[in-house]
Ligand binder design. Sequence first.
Ligand code: ARG
Length: 462
Amino acid sequence: NEGKLWGGRFEGGPSPELEALSRSTHFDWRLALYDIAGSHAHAKALGAAGLLTADEENELHRGLDVLTKAFTSGRLHPSASDEDVHGALERLLIEEVGPEIGGKLRAGRSRNDQIATLFRCYLLDHGRAVARLVLDLVEALADQADTHLGAIMPGRTHLQHAQPVLLSHHLLAHAWALLRDVDRLGDWQDRVRSDSPYGSGALAGQSLGLDPELVANELGFTGSSANSIDGTASRDFVAEFAFVCAQIGIDISRIAEEIILWATREFDFVTLHDSWSTGSSIMPQKKNPDIAELARGKSGRLVGNLTGLLTTLKALPLAYNRDLQEDKEPVFDSLDTLTVLLPAFTGQVATLVYNTERMAELAPQGFSLATDIAEWLVREGTPFRVAHELAGACVRAAEAKGTDLDGLTDEEFAAISPLLTPQVRLVLTAEGSVESRNGRGGTAPERVREQLAELRDMSTGH
Ligand code: ARG
């Protein structure tokens, strides 16, 4: 059991089959720098508790620095016999500073509190990177909204024409959802940062007089775990992170679906930029929205990572169980997925060309101004129930005549009801309709301009 973290009570070494199953270095090696940071902090705690002389502590810091340098220059690797990142780094540290001093670092800590702490550190760092990528996408949407202030499109419910809205209003709806994801990451971060498990030991805490708050401070936490069992056995911080990644995927998939639909010949609302679309190996004319499709597809993978993780966590007895080692790969995958997906997606969104003429032409079609007739009648003093009926009758008449609402003559309106005077025409344009929706959050141009400023304000605050 040379170089192993355990072995004293075992007569023989582990079988190769067990080793193959148990090994996690192929995925947890990416945590190495975080484990080393934890070791620096732990060495300080050991020093502060009088368990290391100043020289010994310095020697450990030196050895850990050597490992850091080797890691960052790509020269540090686990060996086939290393079980996990913790064991590998202890072995490598001992190779550097010798067993006498290197063997002292493990006192008062367990891989259980180690992994629970450093996985938090890793996710905190990478969560910030994801937040920045999401903010880039928010900015791309805001820029497109800015460029197209004034452009009107058909707003839809049930995918049917509903009421005209500003294209900018629509784009900003996606931006707000994404900004909430960034907020979620912020809330999550505050919770995770207050809870450093170092000092929890295997599950029951430690008996060596170490100061968990010292370690917590060193690692950038604002506090340490109040309960060592919870500290070592809880992975809700991982599940919550996986959820936010999945939600980002879901939010992006909704934009993606729209891009795919809008780029069809039937919709013809957008044209994809050549550099952000793909061709076909057989059909020379094709220009495909592959980025959007991959985004839509990968959202399934992000949801899968979350559900897989939750299933692993379900009904696990306290405290640490080896099942918990399965918490890493799904979240690493979610992070890796978003790290390649978001920049590509942002590029596609930023370079989309909108066919605003076609959007404007379609905006008033499909009787999308019927609500405007009803609300005009209300403003003229008609109860809404009656107004709704009358506007519905206008739709029926227009449909029978094969025109849109503005194709009805003054006489035809009057025949439906004397309340429908020629003045009704004033609201029968998409522009008039949009301008009239001028309450907070509405689609009137002045409101959307305010909304855009509000969004930009909030996103730069992050
Ligand atoms: N590699 C493990 C994990 O990721 C940590 C080690 C704990 N192992 C143990 N036998 N207690 O959860």
